[in-house]
Design a binder for this molecule. Structure first.
Ligand SMILES: Nc1nc2c(ncn2[C@@H]2O[C@H](COP(=O)(O)OP(=O)(O)O)[C@@H](O)[C@H]2O)c(=O)[nH]1
Ligand SMILES: [Mg+2]
Length: 255
């Protein structure tokens, strides 16, 4: 919260509408868990023309899974995808819930607020594997934003992972980087190999479930995250998440 997502979405919606694309935004609302109060103070709403039928903004409350996408969110996103050119699922996800997002969405953008410690937390938590596009907000803040972008670029190089665009944006006038972000999202979508993505998503979910269940010691038993990923890569591509978790448990000696 407070990273600038709603402010950014206001501009993105406008950019997409100007290009003639219809847009639905599904905001996964955490307010049911954090009863009002200061956490929700000083928050921008997604600004849009309420008479424009090409835009739908809707909130859904999070279900039982902590920070996760409830099944209804998933169904809603799928239904909206049939009717709108662009469907955005906005979450305040921290940690494992990103893997849920990836399960629902073709392109995952992670929003990082400069100077908030987000970047570091982000690197430690290992969600670096998940995003397709990294967005640094509040680029108008100058040096602190530049540093966040530099840190992320360096971290991505160190991880030697697949190509991830890092885009800096500013939502205060004059807006910056909005068109770059739209391009980065479009480019990712155009290059998407859906079956490969589903496969990767299942593997990441299995890893997430293993860690949720057994903690980081499970990762250590497998020789670290990279080693665990290699083990997953050698599994049958048709295996479902439960089977992959099982395989990892066996390899980690957890049964
Ligand atoms: N300086 C600056 N402030 C911003 C920018 N975008 C949002 N904010 C401010 O950051 C706060 C949180 O923004 P909001 O869009 O509600 O963030 P969200 O909680 O992630 O949806 C608000 O006070 C915004 O005015 C930006 O690009 N630059
Ligand atoms: Mg918001």
């Amino acid at each position: 919260p407070g990273a600038g997502k709603s402010s950014l979405l206001s501009l993105l919606v406008k950019e997409w509408r100007d290009a003639g694309r219809t847009v639905a935004v599904l905001a996964v609302d955490p307010s049911s868990r954090r009863s009002g109060g200061s956490l929700l103070g000083d928050r921008a709403r997604i600004d849009h023309d309420p008479t424009d039928g090409g835009v739908l903004i809707r909130s859904t409350a999070t279900g039982g899974r902590l920070g996760g996408l409830a099944a209804p969110t998933r169904e809603a996103a799928q239904a909206l995808a049939a009717a709108y050119d662009v469907v955005v699922v906005e979450t305040v996800g921290v940690g494992q819930s990103e893997t849920d997002v990836e399960e629902v969405c073709d392109t995952v953008a992670v929003v990082v607020q400069p100077g908030s410690g987000d970047t570091l937390q982000f690197l430690k938590s290992g969600i670096m594997e998940v995003p397709d596009v990294l967005v640094v907000t509040k680029a108008d803040l100058g040096e602190v934003a530049t540093r966040a972008q530099r840190d992320l670029d360096a971290a991505l190089r160190a991880l030697d992972s697949r190509e991830v665009a890092v885009v800096a944006v500013s939502s205060v006038p004059p807006p910056q980087g909005i068109d770059d972000l739209v391009s980065a999202l479009d480019e990712h979508r155009a290059a998407l190999d859906v079956s490969a993505r589903r496969l990767r998503s299942r593997r990441m979910m299995a890893l997430g479930e293993l860690v949720a269940e057994h903690g980081d010691s499970a990762l250590r038993a497998l020789g670290g995250r990279r080693a665990a990923e290699r083990r997953l890569a050698s599994q049958d591509p048709a295996a479902d998440v439960a089977a992959l978790v099982d395989a990892l448990r066996t390899e980690a000696g957890l049964r």
